[in-house]
Design a protein around this ligand. Structure first.
Ligand code: AMP
Length: 218
């Protein structure tokens, strides 16, 4: 089973992908998390990627696509994979189809989360992530039980650097509108976009929403 999460920043893609992978023993592949891990480990990939991420730009396709291709190869025996944050543009989407076709696989479903535009910036500003396990919280909609501490692992909650930089936020939204949003139609044409969920609900009732997804997916 290969699932893609689509939706603007802060809509709850990571939250839904995390719950679905936990419930079904699927593997969540978040390109943003892989980049951030490389940045904090100071790897060559991290240093290169950070030049773009810090400005809110996309990391170049050749770097991102080969990173994802490598990860998919490592996960070839897994029963389910949820891609969270990839593809981000048409080039990546087409390349992903090609990579999967070469393995005799295809994307099964695309979960598209929609959020009113005016909410998105607020969501980014209120987002906190666990510095250890990467679980995501929202100070207003989905706070941790103890402020600043992850419910899952007790790790420290932090603000992502690109969530606190106004220029980076603006760039990311522009890229979403011009490059990522057109993917919804790309996948709709294939008839595999099965859910358009209001993210308000994802944040408040994420577990229930995920059960609904599973009903539709199965
Ligand atoms: P995210 O955690 O998905 O919001 O990703 C954080 C940042 O990582 C993005 O703003 C991009 O700079 C970079 N990034 C993540 N996924 C991709 C991708 N598929 N293509 C290019 N850049 C990406």
């Amino acid at each position: 089973m290969i699932i893609i999460m689509l939706g603007a920043q802060g809509t709850g893609k990571g939250t839904v992908a995390g719950i679905l992978s936990k419930q079904n023993n699927w593997i969540q592949v978040s390109t943003g998390d892989i980049f951030r891990e490389n940045i904090s480990n100071g790897t060559e990939l991290g240093i290169e990627a950070n030049k773009y991420i810090s400005k809110g730009a996309l990391v170049p396709d050749e770097i991102t696509i080969s990173m994802v291709e490598k990860r998919l190869e490592e996960l070839k025996n897994e029963k389910g994979i949820i891609l969270d944050g990839f593809p981000r543009n048409l080039e990546q989407a087409k390349k992903l189809d090609e990579i999967l076709a070469n393995k005799g696989e295809k994307i099964d479903w695309v979960i598209n989360l929609e959020t009113p535009r005016e909410e998105i910036i607020e969501r980014m500003l209120n987002r906190r992530v666990c510095s250890k396990c990467k679980a995501t919280y929202n100070l207003k909609l989905h706070p941790s039980k103890v402020p600043g501490i992850c419910d899952e692992c007790g790790g420290e909650l932090v603000t992502r650097a690109d969530d606190s930089d106004a220029d980076a936020i603006k760039n990311r939204l522009e890229i979403y509108d011009t490059q990522t949003k057109p993917l919804v139609d790309f996948y709709k044409e294939k008839g595999i976009v099965i859910v358009e969920e209001i993210s308000e609900r994802i944040n408040r009732f994420a577990d229930d929403a995920c059960k609904d997804f599973m009903q539709k997916i199965k």
